[in-house]
Write a protein that binds this ligand. Structure first.
Ligand SMILES: Nc1ncnc2c1ncn2[C@@H]1O[C@H](COP(=O)(O)OP(=O)(O)O)[C@@H](O)[C@H]1O
Ligand SMILES: [Mg+2]
Length: 214
């Protein structure tokens, strides 16, 4: 048995964190410490410190390439300190966002270029990719509606105040990634009810979970 690395991807409000928490709740009794969850940017103290810098609304002057490098730095720290050791110990790691997020947000959204972001991240990741990525496919308007409904103004961070064009570019980049890498990236229709999305995600995860049954 070998460890596995699974990532959840998709635009803001698509349901990644909601479903990850449900999956965690469902699996924690049977899998115990065989299941490790993480998030980007963050996942351990150094990467969480970088997260605070990236998401701080005060940092309105942050250059877009600085931002992209900080995401890559946090990613590096998370995979080296947290993800790879867990996989080496035959664990299942599920991470809320990974490299595809940078390609979509910094490459597409901020228009640095998807290829440029992919290449810059090769230094950080040394080609380390997930075994499986679940892509929560939610049209932009739906996602923004959910976010507006579900949080108060004080919670809004720097990324949420972007224009609709930015969100559309992010969405389009995700669509391209899913089309280009169908073997790794499995799409879920995130417009469905939370329960229906959850069931779809469990179906996709099932073959991977089998390997962790004792
Ligand atoms: N399938 C769904 N239908 C309706 N609301 C949802 C659904 N999935 C998530 N939500 C709600 O939308 C908001 C954003 O969900 P969240 O899981 O935080 O998204 P993400 O982590 O992808 O940004 C939350 O308030 C959540 O309860
Ligand atoms: Mg989330």
């Amino acid at each position: 048995m070998a460890g596995k690395f699974i990532t959840f991807e998709g635009t803001d409000g698509a349901g990644k964190t909601t479903i990850l928490n449900m999956v965690l709740e469902y699996l924690k009794d049977t899998m115990g410490d065989q299941l490790v969850t993480s998030r980007e940017p963050g996942g351990n103290p150094i990467a969480e410190s970088i997260r605070e810098v990236i998401l701080d609304r005060q940092n309105i002057e942050m250059d877009k390439r600085t931002e992209a490098l900080l995401y890559a730095a946090a990613r590096r720290q998370n995979i080296e300190q947290t993800v790879k050791p867990a996989i080496a110990a035959n664990k299942l790691v599920i991470c809320d966002r990974y490299l595809d997020s940078s390609i979509a947000y910094q490459g597409g959204g901020r228009q640095i270029g998807e290829k440029e972001i992919y290449e810059m991240n090769q230094f950080a990741t040394e080609g380390f990719l997930p075994d499986l990525t679940i892509y929560f496919n939610l049209p932009v308007e739906e996602g923004l509606k959910r976010i507006a409904q579900n949080r108060n103004e004080n919670d809004i961070d720097r990324l949420d105040v972007e224009t609709i064009d930015f969100h559309n570019r992010v969405y389009d980049a995700y669509q391209r990634l899913a089309k280009q890498q169908p073997e790794r990236i499995k799409s879920v229709d995130a417009t469905q009810s939370i329960d229906a999305v959850y069931q779809n995600v469990l179906e996709i995860l099932q073959p991977y979970l089998e390997e962790f049954k004792k």
